[in-house]
Design a protein around this ligand. Structure first.
Ligand SMILES: Cc1cc2nc3c(=O)[nH]c(=O)nc-3n(C[C@H](O)[C@H](O)[C@H](O)COP(=O)(O)O)c2cc1C
Length: 370
């Protein structure tokens, strides 16, 4: 079993690096989110402050490298490069699913390498909802947390990927019941994330009810796990699974819509991710109400070149974010959440249809002036 998981993890890395695995006919809809330019910024560029606090941890900017890998030898240099970079820059990272290391403790080192290279950075442990729903004991979760001295535990929801991968998928009900027990028992925050299809208001409310601390929307518009599994099925000659992967390639809630869904229906802390490719994308997510942002695929691509390349990419994202904060007339990154945001096009239609209060966003800074 562990051998199979290890092989699959290596295939995921290879396919994500070699093939076009991103959404083709949908986007994040962040192009329909407009920050209002300030021709008279209130601060000097050099004084813009990106520091933030999230789940009790200080970050030099609200950026986390999203969960990717571990459980295969190929993951070691990747996790090490990302960890070295986030440690130096004061950012955070998620690890990939640690299921393989539970099945074969010899694989723990492929995850632990991250904590060794990042002794103080924010690191999230990771496991799938399917394992949790199937009754993985709290003691096993504690083991994966200890394995990397994690600051938070992320549990990923990937029902659609499971179907395309193996024509299976659990009902959410037993998972939610277990989750209530887990959030009660663990003494670190629990984050629930998607893997690229987004989280709706309805799901977010259920997660809030069972005591989850934060949600990572991982919306549609970036890496598509239907696409990744399509390529795996094609290579294995699985015609039906390949067809499913092709049909659901562009499935999901676009990231911008998912952020609005979650922020307008719960008080959960929110990580925005899924197709974020620039610091400007990140600024738009923060203005929509997200607390943190994340990216996976663009970091995987540079991680293959080593820690310096990851640092360069992350510094670019930080500088783009700083520029957006400056150009909207903010001093601190948190001020973005007070600035007006105009929502247009299909995102505005989605918000209207779902009753999400977005008109308020556009008038934010005019309050008190009219
Ligand atoms: C190679 C690779 C492996 C991934 N493995 C995991 C995983 O094990 N657990 C998880 O929660 N998410 C996993 N993800 C999903 C990412 O965390 C993220 O939610 C998704 O890729 C969307 O972000 P992006 O568009 O920036 O890539 C993986 C992503 C990539 C690219």
């Amino acid at each position: 079993m562990a051998g199979k998981v290890r092989e699959r993890k290596a295939e995921h890395i290879r396919i994500c690096l070699e093939e076009e695995v991103e959404a083709k006919n949908i986007t994040t809809w962040l192009e329909h989110v407009w920050l209002v330019h300030s021709a008279l910024p209130e601060v000097d560029y050099g004084d813009v402050d990106l520091r933030t606090e999230f789940l009790g941890h200080e970050f030099s900017a609200p950026i986390i490298v999203s969960a990717m890998t571990g459980g295969t030898e190929e993951a070691v240099p990747i996790n090490k490069a990302i960890a070295e970079a986030v440690e130096e820059l004061g950012l955070g990272m998620g690890l990939g699913s640690q299921r393989a290391a539970l099945e074969d403790p010899g694989l723990a080192k492929t995850f632990r390498v991250a904590r060794e290279a990042a002794p103080t950075a924010f690191i999230m442990a990771n496991i799938g909802y399917q394992e949790v729903a199937n009754g993985l004991p709290v003691e096993a979760l504690e083991r994966i947390i200890c394995m990397v001295e994690a600051d938070a535990l992320a549990i990923h929801l990937n029902p659609l990927q499971e179907v395309v991968q193996a024509l299976r998928g659990s009902s959410g009900r037993p998972f939610l019941e277990r989750l209530a027990e887990i959030t009660d028992s663990l003494d670190i925050p629990v984050v629930v994330k998607e893997v690229g299809f987004g989280i709706s208001a309805e799901v977010a409310r259920e997660l809030e009810r069972v005591g989850v601390d934060a949600v990572d929307v991982a919306g549609a518009g970036g890496t598509s796990w239907a696409a990744v599994e399509y390529y795996r099925a094609l290579e294995a000659g699985g015609v039906l699974k390949a067809e499913l992967g092709r049909t659901f390639w562009d499935w999901g809630i676009p990231t911008a819509a998912s952020i609005l869904e979650v922020t307008s229906s719960t008080k959960l802390a929110v990580i925005a991710s899924g197709g974020l490719r620039t610091g400007l994308d990140m600024a738009k997510c923060l203005a929509l109400g997200a607390d943190m942002t994340g990216a996976a695929l663009p970091i995987l691509k540079v991680a293959m070149k080593g820690p310096e390349a990851v640092k360069e990419k992350l510094r670019t994202l930080m500088e783009e974010l700083r520029t957006a904060v400056f150009a909207t007339g903010c001093r601190r990154v948190a001020d973005l959440a007070e600035k007006p945001v105009v929502i247009t096009g299909p995102l505005a239609e989605w918000a209207r249809a779902r009753g999400l209060p977005v008109e308020e966003l556009a008038r934010r800074s005019l309050k008190g002036q009219i």
